[in-house]
Ligand binder design. Structure first.
Ligand code: ZN
Length: 260
């Protein structure tokens, strides 16, 4: 299984990162994707796949980080991102996207400008895009009506849109990854969305350290819990999803996990 989105580089894993990885491999996870949150993470992340090819990385600027990054540094950061991607070694552009609650510190115009640059970089380097969209769907929809998704694809991470919205994103060609909330006993919305998605566009993620699945809700999430997420999706749909989502992830991240 491949955890398509986990932040194992953050300080919450400093004390026991290698134990977390050991538990993931023991649970049947064979690969994972760490999407960078911002510029200070890029250099260190690029070294990780060289040490262990089961760990692959994306490079980008998370919209929730923007309020703490000075806007007058955006151009410099984006130029740096371009040069880091040019080195090779990243299998995706992201994490990037739009975040409603962050609008107070980073106006949506700035968020859209930076998202647009990530689209351009994904086109330029022929890499898939890892997109966060939380309480900002009307803006993303408007953007996608005018800009095609990168040819290598776009993954809506921790997808939380309604069933209606899902039809739009499916038509736009997006892939979808679900995190812990899909496994909560009272889950409704993610399950309604799940039914609308072609099986070959589905993936799973732990979004560690956040969004731990049932029965670990509220704890620090970790990749070893990916099977709980995939199995709750599979049970709901009545299909086998461990193998299928692994194949989907291998195809989507086609330069990672030993697949040329
Ligand atoms: Zn994330």
């Amino acid at each position: 299984m491949i955890d398509t989105h986990c932040h194992l580089d953050v300080p919450r894993f400093d004390a026991d990162r290698s134990d977390v990885l050991t538990r993931a491999w023991a649970a049947g996870v064979t690969g994972l994707v760490i999407p960078a949150i911002g510029p200070t993470a890029w250099e260190a992340l690029l070294g990780w796949p060289q040490r262990d090819p089961r760990v692959q990385v994306g490079l980008g600027i998370h919209p929730q980080l923007l309020p703490s990054l000075p806007a007058d540094q955006d151009e410099r950061h984006l130029a740096l991102l371009d040069s880091m991607l040019a080195k090779g070694g990243a299998i995706a552009v992201g994490e990037c996207g739009l975040d409603g609650p962050s609008e107070a510190g980073a106006p949506i115009e700035r968020q859209l400008r930076i998202l647009h640059e990530h689209f351009e970089l994904a086109h330029r380097y022929k890499l898939p895009l890892l997109v966060h969209c939380y309480r900002a769907h009307p803006h993303l929809q408007r953007y996608l009506k005018e800009h095609p998704i990168p040819e290598a694809g776009l993954l809506m991470h921790s997808y939380s849109g309604s069933a209606d919205l899902t039809g739009f994103y499916v038509k736009a060609g997006c892939h979808f990854s679900f995190a812990g909330p899909v496994s909560f006993p009272e889950a409704r919305r993610p399950l309604e969305a799940l039914k609308k998605i072609p099986l070959e566009r589905l993936m799973g993620e732990t979004d560690a350290p956040d969004q731990a699945p049932h029965p670990h809700r509220g704890e620090r999430s970790e990749p070893a819990w990916l099977p709980l997420i995939l199995d709750s999706m599979g049970t709901y749909l009545g299909v086998e999803l461990r193998e299928r989502t692994t194949q989907n992830a291998r195809r989507f991240f086609r330069c990672g996990f030993g697949v040329a």
